[in-house]
Design a binder for this molecule. Structure first.
Ligand code: ATP
Length: 365
């Protein structure tokens, strides 16, 4: 298995730049997610790593070797295109053994390898069945078997669960993750689904318009977003943004926003003018004594928690509270923000201001 290092990777299609100077490292054995909205350059990045697309500039290192200009066949990477793409006229065993037979491996070795892979996937009992009559889950396991059997350096997966219904998708996501934990194979996985990325990934790269917005563990990305784009793309409901005219100074633990003073994590940089206060819904609490006020617009019951939508002088705010919290539509209540978790953003650039909350996380990319 392999470490993959991406350095200043760029891809242009004519005048259009699909991927702009991306840099990140995928460590050996990681389950690594490329996440972002449609058209942000995820698939193009994946295809460049696999060798199906050549970069316009930049480098790709596979276990220390620069492979950016090498054809796919020389990279030893398995691209799991679409899990259901099986050879319909062959049985399960032949589908799985096909890559080995075409490499010229001996019959005995092929049999042993297929038995090993079938054991990993728990499909020993269906090896002699025709693929036509298999359930969706078994078809997917067979398709994975065909990728695993080659012992490639890494697996590339492009929205492999995209076509599945919600329940089956969740089941296969758990199975894929468990399979990864058994094999420890470096896996690069494209998705536009932030929940899937958070649940499955060891690390996530968040892309937007061809640019890497942030790269880190799911928790780093959730707790310490570097940009408003990331803060909004991750989390459901997303982070609340309250725009203010204000000022902060290095070393300050308060911010003056529209004349009101808010406690914030200790700031490391100076900023003034248009600032945006970012707060996650679970860090908003309703309190009678709080000076900052809002009117309850709606409540959404979710079982143990509820989402309360409030209108404030700075736009709507969503609070995730215990469903035991009383909130009546139309009443005006105080809002407290958990000061340790607040992020201030520069309102023009959308970038997070540096503070004790996010220190250390900006070295990542
Ligand atoms: P999606 O989830 O919709 O596939 P994505 O993030 O994977 O999105 P890419 O498929 O990498 O995005 O595409 C990035 C951009 O590059 C898109 O605007 C797409 O139209 C463009 N693009 C991709 N391949 C080509 C190509 N061969 N020629 C021209 N433009 C392309």
């Amino acid at each position: 298995m392999a470490e993959i290092v991406i350095k200043n990777l760029q891809k242009k299609f004519g005048d259009f730049t699909a991927v702009q100077s991306s840099s990140f490292t995928i460590e050996d054995g990681e389950f690594f997610m490329l996440l972002g909205p449609s058209g942000c350059g995820k698939t193009t990045t994946l295809r460049m790593i696999a060798g199906l697309e050549l970069p316009t500039s930049g480098e790709i290192y596979l276990d220390g070797e620069e492979v950016g200009m090498k054809p796919a066949s020389e990279r030893d990477i398995a691209f799991v295109f679409q899990m259901f793409a099986l050879y319909p006229h062959m049985n399960v065993r032949k589908n799985i053994s096909y890559p080995l037979v075409s490499q010229g491996m001996s019959r005995a070795d092929v049999r042993a390898k297929v038995a090993e892979v079938a054991g990993i996937l728990g499909i020993e009992d269906i090896l002699d069945r025709s693929v036509g009559g298999l359930s969706g889950g078994d078809r997917q396991r067979v398709a994975l078997g065909r990728a695993i059997v080659r012992d490639p350096k890494a697996f590339m997966m492009d929205e492999p669960l995209g076509a599945l219904d919600a329940e089956f998708r969740e089941h296969m996501a758990e199975e894929l993750r468990a399979l990864h934990d058994r094999m420890n194979a470096t896996t690069v996985y494209v998705t536009h689904d932030q929940l899937e990325a958070m649940q499955m990934g060891d690390k996530i790269v968040v892309m937007n318009h061809g640019l890497v917005e942030q790269f880190g563990t799911p928790q780093e990305i959730y707790d310490k977003p570097h940009t408003m784009f990331v803060a909004e793309f991750i989390g459901s409901p997303p982070m609340n943004f309250l725009p203010f005219d204000g000022e902060v100074k290095p070393g300050a633990t308060t911010a003056k926003l529209d004349g009101q003073t808010f406690a914030v994590p200790q700031q490391h940089e100076a900023a003034s003018g248009k600032l945006v206060l970012g707060v996650r819904p679970e860090h908003v609490t309703l309190s009678d004594s709080a000076k900052y006020r809002g009117e309850v617009l709606a409540t959404e019951y979710l079982g143990t928690t509820q989402i309360i939508t409030l209108e404030t002088g700075h736009g709507p705010v969503k609070a995730r509270t215990s469903s035991a919290q009383a909130a009546k539509v139309g009443e005006t209540v105080g809002l407290d923000f958990n000061s340790r978790t607040l992020t201030l953003f520069n309102g023009s650039s959308g970038k997070a201001l540096k503070s004790t909350l996010n220190e250390g996380s900006f070295g990542n990319g």
